[in-house]
Ligand binder design. Structure first.
Ligand code: COA
Length: 162
């Protein structure tokens, strides 16, 4: 069935999406929230190289999130330390409308691997809520240097088992 135009859809990433992802990546409010960002979000060459690697890697699923036909962000699934993880980023002008939750649930429908994992800074309440609404539960904790905050930050590891 066709979804309404203002609904959330995922599609493959297109070259024209990347400047929008770069805008999202350079938002200091979003970076502080995510905490564990790339070293220098404003480094365009590093951004271009990273996305070229992502899009060339068959072990990574990368999808653009569309909301009402507009590029609202992206979702990723990748291997880390032998485990499959998910992550996502939504542009600030789209926050608070259920977009991340909907986008992650579409991604989870397409991924057969279980358990699946995700990480979120302990104070990234919105991200933890997104994960919990999609069925993830807190399964552990860790801490590491967070580039966006210039200090060590505690994080939760969340797990989806079914
Ligand atoms: C985290 C992020 C993806 C959330 O996207 P979003 O589309 O706004 O999320 P949703 O609207 O689907 O859901 C957010 C949930 O968190 C809640 N929430 C949002 N901000 C909150 C806050 N400061 N405190 C408590 N709850 C909060 C919302 O109320 C909602 O829960 P509800 O449906 O029970 O009301 C988005 O803010 C983002 O991309 N941030 C920057 C990058 C990032 O942190 N990525 C995740 C890295 S782990």
């Amino acid at each position: 069935m066709e979804r309404p135009d203002n609904d959330v859809r995922l599609r493959d990433v297109e070259a024209g999406d990347l400047p929008i992802f770069f805008d999202h990546q350079t938002d200091p409010v979003a970076c502080h929230m995510a905490a564990f960002t790339v070293e220098d979000p404003a480094d365009l060459d590093a951004f271009v190289a990273r996305w070229a690697r992502i899009l060339a890697d068959e072990a990574i699923t990368a999808k653009t999130i569309l909301f009402g036909g507009q590029v609202a962000g992206h979702v990723l699934s990748f291997e880390q330390g032998g485990r499959r993880e998910v992550s996502y980023w939504v542009g600030r002008s789209f926050w608070g409308r259920g977009i991340a939750t909907r986008a992650l649930s579409w991604l989870l429908e397409d991924l057969e691997t279980r358990p699946l994992y995700a990480r979120a800074a302990k104070d990234n309440v919105a991200s933890i809520r997104v994960l919990e609404k999609c069925g993830f539960t807190i399964a552990g904790e860790d801490k590491g240097f967070a580039n966006a905050r210039g200090e060590e930050v505690e994080e939760y590891i969340l797990e989806l088992t079914d």
